[in-house]
Design a protein around this ligand. Structure first.
Ligand SMILES: [Zn+2]
Ligand SMILES: [Zn+2]
Length: 407
């Protein structure tokens, strides 16, 4: 097995640091982790990593196409071109990130990164595949300038790891590094919704761009960070987190009366979108159920689901080259249903059991296709039959166990 994708191991590293931060925060008596927030953050990250397996290759071809046809120069990989590429990447990142906050259509993808009211390593997982795609479009200027795609993808790998480490409250100020690096302290400011901290510190590795373009602000003791959106989302629904702002834009676009107004909806600033729209959409799409206290069973159920999703993601990444396309479709579907399902349970939605049923049937079909054996066929038939026959009974007991209520 030489074709293993070792990037999968980074998932383990990621979990290790989250665990470490959790232990430290508990020991120091600080509560940096809320259960539902952490699960929601991890789930968003699982979806991005999963879909990214398929998208990364596409972008390599895209960069390669630009490089071969339109490159202005052709840089050889020398130490100074590596350094130049690092500077260029960080500079492009600054502008991508700044515009992601200033332009509605880009904010629609980036907003997801800022929804969490916690600030810890799990927040760094809050990236969506839309955001990854938008970012890659900005990076298309790198092959255009003349950096070979192989150099770019290697650098992006390292560059992509760095921001993980700045999403933490356990590290204070870092002395001399504060002058030129983006530190946890700088990034805490970026994730805050305090008036004084809004739209600041966009940098990824170097803070110099913020200082150059007037968006830098240091973290101050007298102004403790309040994390999250200025108008908190108050929902852990997997789909709502990803699509609420796109729907808000769509609604604003429909209501706009002139082309100038429509242009402003797409390319204008997020502040100019009518704040009433969110509430109106929530009425239609969310129908808030009265959330009861989380039962212990609910937590265990959610934790098991999350462990299964992350483990499957690990396997799908590691064995990327060996898993047949068809099976991959099943794995992706299974994980996506699990993510929506977990969000629905966190929100205590009654309809979650229909997803649960769909997920079980998906497993049954996968077994039938990939293990065509008489015993498998008989067991699957029995399993599916029992599940269907006792549907409402199982549903009722799950509702009781998870939400302490019957239908
Ligand atoms: Zn941001
Ligand atoms: Zn961040």
């Amino acid at each position: 097995m030489t074709n293993l994708n070792w990037i999968a191991l980074s998932i383990g590293g990621f979990l290790f640091f989250i665990g470490l931060e959790y232990v430290i925060s508990r020991r120091t008596g600080k509560n940096y982790f809320q259960f539902a927030e952490s699960i929601a953050n991890l789930n968003i990250g699982v979806a991005e990593r999963l879909l990214d397996i398929f998208v990364t290759g596409l972008f390599y071809f895209f960069f390669d196409y630009i490089y071969r046809n339109f490159a202005l120069w052709h840089f050889e990989p020398k130490w100074y071109t590596w350094f130049l590429l690092f500077l260029a990447t960080d500079f492009v990142w600054y502008w991508y990130h700044r515009l992601a906050h200033e332009v509605n259509i880009l904010w629609a993808a980036h907003v997801v990164h800022h929804q969490s009211e916690d600030f810890n390593y799990t927040v760094s997982a809050r990236i969506t595949v839309f955001q990854a795609a938008a970012r890659s479009l900005f990076w298309a200027v790198l092959p255009l300038a003349g950096f070979p795609p192989a150099m770019i993808t290697s650098l992006l790998l390292v560059h992509g790891l760095y921001p993980f480490f700045i999403h933490t409250q356990t590290i204070g100020k870092l002395g001399i590094l504060e002058y030129f690096m983006v530190t946890p302290s700088h990034h805490r400011v970026h994730h805050s919704s305090n008036e004084a901290y809004l739209d600041k510190n966009y940098g990824d590795v170097l803070i110099i761009w913020d200082k150059m373009f007037g968006t830098f602000t240091p973290e101050r003791d007298e102004e403790p960070c309040v994390y999250g959106l200025t108008k908190p989302l108050k929902s852990h629904s997997f789909l709502w987190q990803q699509f609420h702002f796109m729907l808000e834009l769509l609604t604003a676009f429909r209501r706009a009366v002139s082309w100038k107004a429509r242009w402003k909806v797409v390319f204008g600033k997020p502040d100019d979108i009518d704040p009433e729209i969110r509430g109106q959409l929530e009425e239609v799409w969310l129908r808030k159920t009265k959330v009861r206290k989380q039962t212990k069973f609910q937590r265990i159920y959610i934790i098991i689901q999350t462990i299964i999703s992350i483990s499957l993601l690990f396997v799908a990444t590691l064995l990327e080259a060996y898993i047949p396309v068809g099976l991959n479709v099943f794995i992706v579907l299974f994980i996506l249903i699990s993510l929506v399902n977990t969000g629905a349970i966190l929100e205590q939605k009654k309809w979650f059991f229909y997803l649960e049923y769909a997920r079980m049937m998906l497993i049954a079909v996968t077994f039938l296709i990939y293990f065509p054996h008489l015993y498998v066929f008989a067991s699957v038939l029995l399993f599916a039959g029992l599940l269907t026959f006792y549907f409402s009974r199982i549903e009722k007991s799950l509702h009781r166990l998870l939400f302490q209520r019957t239908r």
